[in-house]
Design a protein around this ligand. Structure first.
Ligand code: TMP
Ligand code: ASP
Length: 238
């Protein structure tokens, strides 16, 4: 496999073509973004930590029967993935109220949500990733109804697998965002799963161990990501 030209640079990752049109290389950079890219800073080791974190989680999800784009870890900052035709939507499941849900509905942070909520957001920084519903996805052709239904079912299945993994490490999976795409007609989990795109709290102290540390200026961002990783069995030196 040969890495070729850069196809796209997102806020935290870049995507490169390879000599195989079905495969891409994801490069995890140290850039850390919040508020739809209005705040971007470089955090030392972040690319490596998120790349290894994502590889570990994607492998666990695959073992649990959830199809993902992940193929292999290539280096500290690079992963080989399948080339998906991405749906421009973010699927968010919440087990506990936090973030935009609290702002939108005036709910207190920390309230348990039973059953967990499912929300959709349009990936569009200029519009501030607005919340959308399933009929918007269909009417605007962002995805076919049946493919969105598959993405939704997979998003909930991920919850069962990951809640248990983080609980074993003494943490609560508060919420998370997933992105899906199509590969030869099949809906696969794409993008990444890392503490950048979820909320994780220490189960006892409720300390925040995710990107809210960056959003809220709490410091110790990458130290928290590494702590989460070690608590679920990731060896960042491997
Ligand atoms: P929110 O509370 O800001 O709506 O975010 C819900 C979850 O989704 C949280 O874990 C952060 C994640 N998320 C992203 O990773 N990227 C995004 O663009 C958005 C809107 C949310
Ligand atoms: N990932 C988005 C951004 O970079 C939203 C966020 O995480 O706050 O701006």
């Amino acid at each position: 496999m040969e890495k070729r030209q850069e196809l796209y640079a997102g806020k935290a990752k870049s995507v490169f073509r390879t000599d195989d049109p079905d495969k891409m290389v994801l490069v995890f950079r140290d850039d850390t973004s919040a508020f739809d890219g209005k705040r971007i800073e470089q955090l030392d080791r972040k690319g490596m930590v998120n790349n290894k974190f994502n590889a570990f989680i994607m492998t666990k999800l695959q073992e649990a029967g959830i199809p993902t784009h992940f193929e292999a870890l290539l280096s500290d900052n690079e992963a080989l993935v399948k080339n998906l035709d991405m749906m421009p939507v973010e699927c968010v499941v919440r087990n506990v109220a936090a973030g935009s849900l609290c702002r939108r509905l005036g709910v207190e942070e920390g309230v348990t949500l039973t059953p967990p909520t499912f929300e959709l957001f349009l990936k569009n920084d200029a519009l501030g990733d607005p919340m959308i519903n399933e009929s918007h996805v269909e009417s605007f052709g962002w995805a076919k109804a049946e493919d969105l239904a598959k993405a939704k079912a997979l998003t909930y299945k991920v919850n069962d697998v990951l809640k248990a993994i983080f609980a074993e490490g003494g943490m609560i999976l508060v919420d998370y965002k997933l992105e899906f795409g199509l590969y030869k007609g099949e809906v696969l989990l794409g993008d990444e799963f890392s503490p950048d795109g979820c909320r994780l709290w220490d189960a006892k102290t409720k300390e925040k161990l995710d990107k809210d540390r960056f959003r809220q200026g709490l410091g110790g961002v990458i130290e928290a990501y590494e702590d989460v990783g070690r608590r679920i069995g990731i060896d960042f030196d491997a």
